[in-house]
Design a protein. Structure first.
Length: 316
């Protein structure tokens, strides 16, 4: 049955009535590209560039080394799109040369875009390397910043991209509740949003993503998280811009249908999940996904939300 589902699962992501939802891959570097291509990913929705910085946590990799790695990923999707996230250091991804070692709450400290704005040379090198890597390639490059809190952050990132001469769309990750609440204001500075549901859940529920004891609160079916997704997707729709999901939430086939119903415009996940998400999404109409999304949001717990969406989609 599993094999049959996978065999039937080819082509672009879409609901049964043809509403397109590009299915993209999360990759950590060139080594993840073959699996993404094999799964039929329509591109990359989250290229976590941290891998490049892990070899030596005392300094940033050279521009040449970065150009080479970025180009390998960009080349693999000639007609597709590749969304590169600039370095997300700090908290669960510390780097000696960037991350302050004395923060009482590293997840609430200088991490993600915040650390890049404190080290503009590191951001500049990364953006320049991306500009060079994409030269002459037909790929559709998008670049986004992690941990954008407000419009000031979004503008600082967009300014840095423009200063580096980057020919790409600039976007903001929505991982902090303030960004979801004021998504329209952030969209005055950038062209797209991408929801990082792992961190968005962590910050919405004050539940450390690395602490198993609070994992109940990290469940992406939490109705409050769905509300934040909905706010972001609605804001993007109102601004005529896109809003994808690149957190773990997108890899759950049923939740992928709910996210689609909430108005999310693309889903990015580990390559292994793509065939399952594609097969499940292809079973339901957009209207069914919307009804499932409303039912899930009306629930009072993650478990009830999942059951409510399941009931709608199975026609109970
Ligand atoms: C997220 O926070 O959901 C996300 C996609 O980024 P990361 O897991 O790398 O923090
Ligand atoms: Mg994150």
């Amino acid at each position: 049955e599993r094999k049959a589902a996978l065999a039937a699962s080819t082509g672009p992501g879409a609901t049964s009535d043809g509403h397109k939802v590009p299915l993209l891959a999360n990759v950590g570097g060139p080594a993840d590209v073959p699996a993404a291509v094999a799964a039929g990913a329509e591109g990359v929705g989250l290229f976590r560039t941290e891998f490049l910085f892990l070899d030596d946590s005392t300094k940033a990799p050279s521009e040449e080394k970065q150009v080479e790695a970025y180009r390998k990923v960009l080349e693999a999707f000639p007609e597709g799109r590749v969304v590169v996230r600039v370095l997300d250091a700090g908290a669960d991804k510390p780097l000696d040369f960037l991350t302050p070692g004395d923060e009482p709450n590293p997840a609430l400290g200088v991490r993600g875009l915040r650390s890049l704005l404190e080290h503009p040379d590191v951001l500049r090198t990364q953006l320049t390397a991306l500009a060079k890597a994409v030269e002459g390639l037909p790929v559709y490059l998008e670049v986004m910043a992690p941990m954008v809190a407000d419009r000031i952050d979004a503008k600082a990132f967009a300014d840095a991209c423009r200063e580096a001469g980057l020919q790409a769309k600039f976007g903001a990750m929505v991982e902090i509740p303030s960004a979801a609440l004021r998504a329209r204001s952030i969209l005055q500075e950038v062209e797209f949003l991408s929801l990082g549901t792992n961190d968005l859940a962590q910050y919405a529920f004050a539940a450390d993503r690395q602490v198993g004891a609070v994992s109940r609160l990290q469940d992406p079916w939490q109705p409050a998280l769905l509300d934040l997704v909905s706010l972001s997707a609605e804001a993007a729709r109102a601004e005529g811009k896109s809003c994808g999901v690149c957190g773990e939430a997108a890899s759950d086939p049923l939740l992928a249908c709910v996210l689609t119903g909430l108005g999310v415009t693309s889903l990015s996940m580990g390559a292994a999940s793509i065939p399952y998400v594609r097969a499940t999404l292809g079973k339901y109409t957009l209207a069914q996904c919307e009804r499932a999304a409303s039912a899930a949001r009306a629930a009072d717990s993650a478990e009830e939300a999942r059951k409510a969406a399941q009931a709608v989609l199975s026609g109970e």
